[in-house]
Design a protein around this ligand. Structure first.
Ligand SMILES: [Zn+2]
Length: 468
């Protein structure tokens, strides 16, 4: 049954921009300050106050549009989106409606429908009767206007996503792209990156869109994946039972894994958009577009392509290093600091060295020593532990702890002789062609040399001594 249906998922992402001040006034942006210390007549909607557009927010918006391969509208306009709620003193949000800043883009496999600019609402804090502050419940509601008026970019995808896992992976690419631009902290826990998903299913082969349900405000990549998969399962069960999916807004509870309805279509808002009369249309000049374009860094998608074609990294490493900005920076720094090969550096940075804090230059020198055969991989792992704990110079640690690879073949041959004497049965089996019996012989040599012998070299000597 479930195989006869495919998932159709569109994503809506809100990104708080990392400007110094709010979207339409001079109030500073803050996270974690005392409530209501960053307010003014504009963001508190005092009569007679007028909005002024934040130029940096426009530039970030254009850069995000360009990075997502969109066409930037020669002239877009701001609208008032009317709704009455305590998080919104004007009773409308300034947003964009029928002519957004950017349209028709693509990031990876997912097409971008639109990108537009707007302002964030204030933050509501609900207090229970006992005075305990928590996310919801009865008692009192407090408003913190510090967040009200924070510049937001909303990104809406086409319904191209086909699973929870694909949504998670694509959002990680989007996050690293926006992070590379420097336009946002893109921190889901702090709410600077928020995601809603429109989820529906349709018979495989159909071009029509099924009735969609909207999953709101999932605040981690993992929860997005689980929430979408749980909703797909719910919709498939409804269809399997012969019923129809209804349009509604849903909440996914990551603790219980359950989905609950927030509101149905009948309660859906009618925002009565109309053009914001206090703001002129947004018409970026050629110069603004050129500036925005030239300020774009190498983006994760481009970086991945370069790693594949110019550095010949394996797919998985190219992808991981391009999309994880911290690992990617370490990789670039290690490459710059030494002459180790990119493939070897990628191996170490995504493997043993990941989650260890090591100076790029020290790691570069260590990987170089492994490549030159001066230290074995096994011994290098020990050196890495010391480097992460105490810092220092890789070559010095190798010298001090006697971890250098055994260059003296004569000495190694003597140890192999002792290993063969200690394991006569295994030696006989190896001689008869059962190479898997070599393990204890190599183990003996590694113990004797404290890991300083090169495994391949030991195998070569063993074969030579056994006349193979
Ligand atoms: Zn203000």
């Amino acid at each position: 049954m479930s195989d006869a249906y495919e998932a159709v998922i569109g994503l809506e992402i809100h990104v708080q921009l990392r400007t110094k001040t709010k979207m339409f006034c001079g109030c500073e942006l803050s996270f974690g300050d005392d409530p209501n210390v960053h307010t003014c007549p504009v963001c508190l909607a005092h009569p007679g106050s007028l909005p002024v557009v934040n130029e940096q927010a426009i530039q970030y918006g254009i850069q995000i549009g360009l990075a997502l391969g969109c066409e930037i509208a020669p002239r877009s306009i701001f609208h008032r989106k009317n709704y009455f709620y305590p998080d919104n003193p004007k009773a409308y949000q300034i947003s964009q409606y029928d002519i957004p800043l950017a349209t028709n883009g693509r990031l990876g496999d997912i097409r971008i429908h639109r990108v537009h600019l707007e302002e964030d609402a204030a933050k509501l804090v609900h207090v229970s009767e006992s005075g305990r502050i928590h996310g919801s419940g009865s008692g009192a509601s407090l408003v913190d206007f510090n967040r009200g008026g924070t510049p937001l970019v909303e990104i809406v995808t086409e319904p191209d996503v086909r699973s929870g896992a694909e949504a998670r992976e694509w959002l990680q690419l989007l996050r690293s792209t926006i992070k590379a631009i420097g336009a946002s902290d893109v921190n889901m826990e702090e709410g600077s990156l928020r995601c809603d998903a429109n989820v529906s299913i349709r018979p495989v082969g159909s071009d029509e869109l099924g009735t969609k349900a909207e999953l709101k405000n999932m605040n981690s990549f993992r929860f997005i994946e689980r929430g979408i998969d749980a909703e797909l399962e719910r919709q498939r069960a409804i269809v399997a039972a012969g019923d129809k999916v209804t349009q509604e807004t849903l909440h996914f509870d990551p603790r219980s894994g359950s989905i609950t309805s927030l509101r149905s279509k009948e309660e859906a808002h009618d925002y009565r958009y109309f053009p914001e009369p206090d703001l002129v249309p947004l018409a970026p000049t050629d110069e603004m577009l050129a500036d925005a374009r030239s300020a774009l860094p190498e983006l994760p998608g481009e970086r991945e392509a370069r790693y594949l074609t110019e550095l010949s990294l394996p797919d998985a490493h190219a992808r991981q290093l391009a999309r994880d900005s911290e690992l990617g920076e370490l990789f670039e720094a290690v490459l710059d600091a030494g002459s180790a090969s990119p493939v070897a550096v990628a191996n170490w940075v995504t493997g043993e060295a990941q989650a260890r804090e090591v100076e790029p230059a020290a790691l570069a020198s260590l990987v170089g020593m492994v490549e030159d055969g001066k230290v074995t991989t096994q011994a290098a792992k020990q050196v890495l532990v010391t480097l992460a704990a105490d810092g220092g110079d890789a070559a010095e640690i190798v010298e001090r702890e006697g971890l250098g690879a055994m260059a003296d073949t004569g000495e190694l041959e003597a140890i192999v002789d002792r290993a063969l004497e200690a394991h006569p049965d295994e030696a006989a089996k190896v001689k008869d062609g059962a190479m898997q019996a070599i393990g204890p012989i190599i183990g003996f040599v590694m113990r004797e040399t404290k890991g300083a012998a090169d495994g391949k070299e030991v195998t070569r000597i063993v074969r030579e001594k056994l006349g193979l």
